[in-house]
Design a protein around this ligand. Structure first.
Ligand code: NAI
Length: 300
């Protein structure tokens, strides 16, 4: 199989001033993409800002012979996102790839969680994915080509103590992907999600050095690059860390039809059948679930 290349393609990578985003941006550029390196230059909790981080990554790309421009907008800011997309279009006239990666943390147990911290995290992760995706959507549809990679997390897919805000945002991103994968199909716009584990400033205080070494961001980037390529699937949640890749998905058991006069006791008594994952299905669209209900009730 040939090497994956992005010559002639334009990519926007958000939060690319450090960590995973930087790794994705450098690798896309190394493989020929022209890259908009977006980063607000924020601290982990989202405070502060300045576009130095983005500029440094642009310098690295240029020093290696690639093409890149820096953008210091916040992904949560409407005008900033508009400017980011306009910068890309003015410079290169198309946008083929969006990696929505920017993120912050405001971890606290739910007892101590303030609504302000909840909303801020939703704003940066969830609206900070919605807004860039919306801003490139019509461009990608008109080109009949686009690849988007959204960044989710095990904290959203499965839960993580102290991350109710982050987990809500990260699962919301999966919900966005599930609908966009359907709406993008006709125009060859593919949307996938990455659920990474990597050594970055977000995780460096949590693990010892030998573990951090195994979790080099480049090992996640390999999967992200595939999701940015022409051969990318659509609607996949790729989990990645330390060189292992897997797929996560929402599945549903076949279930039990309990009749039209079903009672709460019937549900209780049938629980083991309801919860039997032997023939579990992953649906591509919500309507398939309704079809199952009607088929089992013999309505259709
Ligand atoms: P990081 O903190 O190194 O990188 C995040 C970048 O986003 C920073 O450079 C920051 O300045 C930028 N940023 C923050 N708010 C922004 C805004 N409003 N607009 C533009 N840029 C902004 O962290 P890391 O680990 O590289 O995280 C990247 C993504 O991966 C995040 O979405 C994170 O939630 C996700 N993730 C990371 C995991 C890990 O193990 N490192 C695990 C699961 C998910």
């Amino acid at each position: 199989m040939p090497e994956i290349r992005f010559d002639g393609q334009v990519a926007i990578v958000t939060g690319a001033g450090g960590g995973l985003g930087r790794s994705h941006a450098l690798e896309l550029a190394r493989r020929g993409a022209k890259v908009v390196v977006n980063d607000l230059g924020a601290s982990i909790d989202g405070s502060g800002g300045g576009s130095d981080a983005a500029n440094q990554v642009v310098e690295e790309i240029r020093a290696a012979g690639g093409e890149a421009i820096a953008n210091g907008s916040s992904v949560a800011d409407d005008l900033g996102v508009e400017r980011m997309v306009k910068d890309a279009m003015d410079a290169w006239g198309r946008i083929d790839i969006l990696i929505a990666n920017a993120g912050i943390l405001r971890d606290r147990s739910y007892t101590k969680m303030t609504i302000a911290d909840f909303e801020l995290v939703l704003d940066v992760h969830l609206m900070g994915t919605v807004k860039p995706a919306r801003a490139v959507w019509d461009i990608m549809r008109a080109q009949n080509y686009g690849r988007m990679v959204f960044t989710t997390s095990s904290g959203g897919l499965y839960g993580n103590f102290g991350q109710s805000n982050y987990g809500t945002a990260k699962m919301g991103i999966v919900g966005l992907m599930q609908t966009l994968k359907l709406e993008g199909q006709k125009n060859n716009v593919h949307i996938n999600a990455i659920s990474p584990v990597a050594a970055t400033r977000m995780t460096e205080a949590l693990m010892p050095p030998e573990i951090l070494e195994a979790l080099a961001p480049g090992r996640v980037t390999a999967g992200v690059v595939h999701l940015c390529s022409a051969d990318a699937p659509t609607g996949a949640i790729l989990t990645a860390g330390a060189g292992t890749f897997a797929l996560a998905r929402v599945v549903e058991t076949e279930g039990a039809y309990l009749g039209q006069d079903v009672t709460a006791e019937d549900v209780r008594d049938a629980w083991s059948k309801i919860a039997d994952f032997t023939d579990a299905h992953a649906y591509f669209a919500g309507g398939e679930q309704t079809q199952k209900f009607l088929r089992k009730a013999q309505v259709v």
